[in-house]
Design a protein around this ligand. Structure first.
Ligand SMILES: [Zn+2]
Length: 277
């Protein structure tokens, strides 16, 4: 039982074999896949995939790279799509000052607009943050204080996707109601900063993701990533934490189910069989 909390199965990388990729995911033990939008078109396509398969869910968002291309029409379309029952979060949204593919001013404006939609609809957020650590934290702290009064008490506010920061920052996010998601790069050599996060963050605050088609874990590194490869990432996390793969899989799946408000069946829970093997 595993949940891929972040992948882009709607991207053209999967156009020739999307059904086979999904089949391999279910066979590898995944119970749910969350397909993440990055602009209007990929959000629409994510939702179409989610509507065609019971255990696939979608998120709607505008990636910071795409911020400069979002106009009023696009914003309205995203806001409209976000109300669909198979949409479980706003994302991915955030700031990327490493590549600055959109000007920072526009990134900030779109990030705030997306946070406003999430707050209005009470949807959690999936955050992309690169070379913008302190500013992202400040913006999210402010948003969190606005939405928390209406937020269900035990539901996280969002997730830091593909986390690349220090353990101290991960713990700050964990403290104010965010989860931290671990990508396949934890299996690479020289990933000391990420392995420290995996070892030091409480499992209750952790998600796992592929970010497919990117960042394939070892031994598939260099290939197109796909949700079935999540087992390698879970295996590495279990090793680093000296826990079983099953503990890592079940806990991170339960975390994802709570964050995204997934139905029990999608989280792979077997009624009345808690603890059976
Ligand atoms: Zn992504």
């Amino acid at each position: 039982m595993l949940i891929d909390s972040h992948c882009h199965l709607q991207f053209p990388h999967f156009q020739d074999d999307r059904q086979e990729v999904l089949e391999r995911a279910w066979q590898a033990g995944l119970s749910t896949i969350v397909v993440v939008g990055t602009d209007v078109e990929t959000s629409q396509r994510a939702l179409a995939l989610a509507e065609a398969a019971e255990n696939v869910f979608a998120t709607i968002g505008c990636h910071p790279h795409e911020a400069a291309h979002l106009d009023d029409d696009g914003r309205q379309t995203l806001s409209h799509l976000a109300r669909s029952p198979k949409v479980v979060a706003l994302g991915e949204i955030g700031l990327d000052f490493y590549r600055n593919l959109s000007p920072p001013r526009e990134q900030r404006a779109v990030f705030q607009q997306m946070l406003d939609i999430a707050g209005e609809l009470r949807l959690p957020v999936i955050i992309h943050s690169r070379a913008a650590e302190e500013e992202t934290f400040a913006i999210l702290s402010q948003w969190a204080s606005q939405v928390r009064p209406q937020w269900p008490q035990h539901r996280p506010l969002g997730v830091m996707h593909c986390f690349g920061g220090e353990l101290a920052l991960a713990l700050r996010y964990a403290q104010f109601g965010f989860l931290v998601s671990i990508p396949g790069s934890v299996t690479y050599p020289n990933s000391d900063r990420l392995t420290a996060v995996v070892a030091g963050l409480p499992l209750e605050r952790m998600l796992i993701e592929t970010d497919a088609p990117y960042l394939a874990p070892r031994p598939a590194r260099g290939q197109r990533n796909e949700p079935a490869f999540l087992v390698h990432t879970a295996g590495k996390i279990a090793e680093l934490r000296a826990q079983t793969v099953r503990e890592v899989a079940e806990r991170t799946a339960a975390n994802a189910a709570t964050l995204f408000g997934l139905p029990a069946a999608a989280a792979g829970q077997r009624r009345g069989e808690e603890g059976a093997s």
